[in-house]
Write a protein that binds this ligand. Sequence first.
Ligand SMILES: NC(=O)c1ccc[n+]([C@@H]2O[C@H](COP(=O)([O-])OP(=O)(O)OC[C@H]3O[C@@H](n4cnc5c(N)ncnc54)[C@H](OP(=O)(O)O)[C@@H]3O)[C@@H](O)[C@H]2O)c1
Length: 299
Amino acid sequence: MAKINVVLTGGTGLTGTLLLNHLANTSPGTEIHCLVRPTSDRTPLQHLNLNLSYLTGDSSTSETWDEILSQYTPETIIHIASIRHIPVILNSLKTARQNPQLIVVGTTGVYSKYNQYSQDYKGIEEQLAQYPGSHCLLRPTMIYGSHRDKNLHKLIKFCDRYGFFPVFGSGHCLVQPIHADDLAKAILAVWQRPAIHGTYDLSGGSIVTFRELLAIVEKHLGKPVRPIYFPLNAGVWAATLAEKILGAKSPVRREQILRLQEDKAYPHEAAQHDLDFFPRSLETGLQQEVELLRSEGII
Ligand SMILES: NC(=O)c1ccc[n+]([C@@H]2O[C@H](COP(=O)([O-])OP(=O)(O)OC[C@H]3O[C@@H](n4cnc5c(N)ncnc54)[C@H](OP(=O)(O)O)[C@@H]3O)[C@@H](O)[C@H]2O)c1
């Protein structure tokens, strides 16, 4: 079996691509085995000054991991794709009797009182805590930074186009989004410091209310963005109806509306201390995202 340095999942995603970009700049030529799906778009990785090899598969299946672990003994697995795949990965590692260092990206969604999945996340985190090898769990808040993010670029586009944004409830709940590039640097910091293990919450450099977030977007768009307030119940009702009619295709889930009422600010002092984690302010990050979306002709 071949000893290899690292297997990375999620390398073609928003955070993974930024991680590989940093690595190419700071440690050119590094050897990385990327687990990608047959459908993954590798184009953004092709120009990078890294020694990339591709393992094709599906990181949610034991077949993929059993196959990889029958051929390779990785020193480290950096798993960005989804914490939901962790039980399968742990099982395959146990079967293969391998205990590489595991660096896993989870989510602060584990703290949610509404999140129907938070129980699942808690269960998965408990399984990870039992892993006999060295492991580090990084829990980001909402990730933003480009047209590939799942949330804020859509909000920016909407505000740019329509000049308003619907706010369900008071808009006073707190948010602390993390820029994908700051998350990418934190993952690299863990990898480069093998003594680091345990769990770190990774939140952004600013805590703001949702109203304040809209005001920052308005400032950087340079045009008015009017918050239009709706009672929370109206949002919950509309989302429930949309879910009933459209199922998984619904653009918004009931739980997402309920979570708008939940403060989502989490301290990151431990990461600051151990990982030199100094995330950019939301003001800076949103300015960068608006500029990026403009340069790409998205807004
Ligand atoms: N979005 C948020 O606000 C948020 C908040 C907290 C935590 N997180 C977590 O943070 C992590 C990074 O988020 P992100 O926004 O950077 O992710 P992303 O852009 O959606 O990228 C996901 C990556 O994982 C790969 N992937 C997904 N399922 C896979 C599978 N079954 N087999 C192999 N590869 C698979 C994707 O491959 P393809 O290129 O083939 O799609 C892609 O490279 C994710 O685990 C996410 O759940 C996200």
